[in-house]
Write a protein that binds this ligand. Structure first.
Ligand code: IPE
Ligand code: IPE
Ligand code: MG
Length: 242
């Protein structure tokens, strides 16, 4: 891959992997007296803008938390409208394909609508060789569910006699996560004022830096993304060392 120069400046070394917990859509709509689904629609616009901008900033991977394993608890019509938005987005995804962005999905997709699953596979297949940036969408994703899934795969190997439990390593658990070859998170951005992970990439965020802002996701602008990146650049990461 050619050396990237960040639009924030030649000396800026952006985080390789940024995670975004897209939060605050519902409150954005409520403030305007609108149904929650209007907030999700507006949030989807922010997602498109920020993705293009992240590429200009020079991040290699951007992962968005779009729907959690816990979000099924929401009213049926809200869930339906979120799923409709995913499908609509995947229909329009060729815009991103033109931009050389590789798209990947993480989460348990087996319970999603078949039409959506098909589009997800298609999108991954069409974009697999693109290398300007990788966009990861976490749909029906839960960090605990992901670890559980990895552990089950290893347990099957133990049962078949192919693996001795005492030989299980962190790398093995990691290789069986949905993220496989995706690197750990460097920075997690959460808008909307909440300061929690809500089951987002709990394994991959072990040494991530966190950036919180009160701005609601639909109001989040490129300049807010830049602030998070520049803040990250000031941090001193030690990874347990000195
Ligand atoms: C995030 O916005 C979108 C999803 C979880 C799908 P919310 O819908 O959680 O918005 P708030 O937190 O209610 O404002
Ligand atoms: C996290 O937001 C999930 C996504 C952004 C997809 P939530 O709104 O579901 O999280 P909580 O319920 O406030 O923790
Ligand atoms: Mg929320």
């Amino acid at each position: 891959m050619a050396k990237k120069i960040s639009c924030l400046g030649e000396n800026i070394i952006p985080p390789a992997h940024v995670g975004v917990i897209m939060d605050g859509n519902g409150r954005w709509a409520k403030k305007r007296g609108l149904p929650r689904k209007f907030g999700h629609r507006e949030g989807a616009k922010t997602f498109r803008t920020i993705t293009r901008h992240a590429k200009a900033v020079g991040v290699d991977y951007i992962t968005y938390y779009a729907f959690s394993t816990e979000n099924w608890k929401r009213p049926k019509d809200e869930v339906e409208s979120i799923m409709d938005l995913f499908e609509k987005y995947l229909d329009e995804v060729k815009d991103f394909i033109e931009e050389n962005i590789r798209i990947r999905f993480i989460g348990d997709r087996s319970v999603l609508r078949p039409s959506l699953q098909e589009k997800m596979l298609d999108t991954e297949e069409t974009s697999k060789d693109f290398d300007a940036m990788t966009l990861v969408l976490a749909i029906n994703y839960g960090g605990r569910d992901e670890i559980c899934h990895s552990v089950k795969t290893l347990a099957e190997k133990v049962k078949r006699g192919e693996l001795d439990p005492k030989d299980i390593t962190e790398e093995m658990i990691e290789r069986n996560l949905y993220t496989e070859e995706i690197p750990p998170l460097d920075l997690v951005i959460r808008p909307s004022g909440e300061q929690r992970l809500s089951n987002f990439m709990i394994w991959q965020a072990a040494y991530a830096e966190f950036y919180y802002t009160n701005i609601l996701w639909p109001d989040f602008k490129n300049a807010d993304f830049d602030r998070a990146i520049l803040d990250f650049c000031e941090r001193n990461r030690r990874f347990g060392g000195v």
